[in-house]
Design a protein around this ligand. Structure first.
Ligand SMILES: [Zn+2]
Length: 126
């Protein structure tokens, strides 16, 4: 089991600070205040910068109206399909996938004479 660090140096710290002469006490208090302020403010500043960077990145993303690819490129054509982006800068409206029709053509490969391997439904004729 890992033992916790001793607590008595932290309890003696205010006493040491109070016993120090004026300039050293002031310097130590300023140093502790600065460290505390930096530890509290750095996550807030970092979070704010990350939020601003995310907003800038989102404003530069463009979505192709033809294929739906979202890209960050600076060109005027979609890198996937070559369709020009819309000039107004707004993201193009994508078609609703629920109403899309997909044409599926079923091909029976078991009776294909070119394949050479007869399927279960075609017994060999003699
Ligand atoms: Zn595209």
């Amino acid at each position: 089991m890992r033992s916790s660090p001793p607590l008595w140096p932290w309890l003696l710290l205010p006493l040491v600070v109070l016993l120090l002469p004026g300039d050293a006490r002031r310097l130590l208090l300023d140093l502790l205040g600065g460290i505390t302020l930096a530890l509290l403010l750095l996550p807030l500043i970092g979070g704010g910068l990350a939020f601003l960077a995310w907003r800038v990145l989102r404003s530069r993303l463009r979505t192709c109206g033809a294929c739906g690819l979202t890209s960050l490129g600076g060109g005027s054509l979609c890198p996937a399909c070559g369709t020009p982006y819309s000039t107004d800068g707004a993201p193009a409206e994508l078609s609703d996938a629920r109403n899309a029709t997909i044409n599926v053509e079923a091909v029976d490969v078991s009776d294909d004479p070119k394949s050479g391997t007869p399927g279960n439904s075609a017994p060999p004729a003699r």
